[in-house]
Design a protein around this ligand. Structure first.
Ligand SMILES: C[S@@+](CC[C@H](N)C(=O)[O-])C[C@H]1O[C@@H](n2cnc3c(N)ncnc32)[C@H](O)[C@@H]1O
Length: 276
């Protein structure tokens, strides 16, 4: 029934999400739901499951309803006002770890610009031993959420609320500057799924001035002053930005490369100032 209802509402993974929501309403995980099929269900539990399914039927994202999302094997709390971590952002973390290993220094200084739920900053803090991670966001809701996640996951992070372009320079230099900035153009809104367009925060989605390259350009134009010797910037890209920002990086004198995601899209720009 849950599956048919969600499928009618256009939810793609209707069966899986129906099971997850019913399990959530019963306070179980999906596996336990199947192991306890004989368990009696109370009227209150049925009402709760119904409410959750109705919310999902209105295309509220599953992660906002359950209040969490997995990222890099850890569970992050999320809610309205905070971007839900995406699987492709794990590639940015993989690349940051690879570049950190190449740097071969201990106690790296890392900046995460536009931290949202804190998924990148917290993961890097937990994966890079001894790193000092500073996480920047202009959204108070994001900073609160990221602070809570850091506490729950046992990460020590310096959180800075405000426009990152104004607050980051005073804390430089950093060995790594990482960012998944807003890179969607407002004109693309009709192409987004209702879960994204109608529920996720505009500040996290849309690039300023409807310029998808705004943040990459700012980082490439000013970031050199914010990097320690040998440092690098890693920026997540929309799938049509790659060639354009690679050319921009090279014009501005960076040693730059692009990393493709599993779908074959150029997803991460890695840029270093030239050596010497
Ligand atoms: C695409 S989301 C990324 C969130 C998170 N890092 C992730 O990967 O899931 C972009 C984030 O940048 C933040 N942001 C937007 N403009 C900003 C600014 N001027 N200074 C700092 N953060 C900003 C938004 O609030 C949002 O949390």
């Amino acid at each position: 029934m849950a599956r048919a209802f969600l499928a009618r509402k256009g939810v793609e993974e209707a069966r899986l999400e129906g099971e997850l929501l019913v399990a959530h309403a019963l306070g179980l995980d999906r596996l336990k739901l199947f192991m306890q099929l004989d368990r009696p269900v109370s009227g209150a539990e049925i009402d709760r499951a119904r409410d959750l399914l109705v919310r999902r039927g209105k295309r509220e994202p599953l992660a906002y309803i359950t209040g969490e999302r997995e990222f890099y094997t850890r569970t992050f709390k999320v809610g309205p006002g905070v971007l839900i971590p995406r699987p492709e952002t794990e590639l940015l973390v993989d690349e940051a770890r690879r570049v950190a290993a190449e740097l071969g220094r201990g106690a790296l200084r890392v900046a995460d610009l536009g931290t949202g739920s804190g998924c990148i900053a917290i993961t890097l803090s937990l994966e890079l031993q001894g790193a000092h991670v500073a996480a920047f966001d202009v959204s108070p809701a994001a900073i609160l959420c990221a602070q809570r996640n850091a506490e729950l996951l046992g990460a020590q992070i310096e959180f800075v609320e405000g426009d990152a372009l104004a607050t980051l320079p005073a804390r430089a230099p950093f060995d790594l500057i990482v960012s998944n900035p807003p890179y969607v153009m407002r004109a693309e809104k009709p192409l987004l799924a209702p879960e994204v367009a109608e529920h996720e925060p505009e500040l996290a989605l849309y690039a300023p001035d409807s310029d998808p390259d705004f943040w990459v350009r700012a980082l490439l134009e000013h970031g050199r002053e914010w990097l320690a010797p040998g440092g690098a910037q890693l920026v997540e890209l929309g799938h049509q930005q790659g060639e354009r920002v690679l050319a921009l990086a090279q014009t501005l004198g960076w040693q730059a490369s692009l990393v493709r995601d599993l779908a074959g899209h150029q997803r991460v720009l890695v840029a270093r100032p030239p050596q010497g």
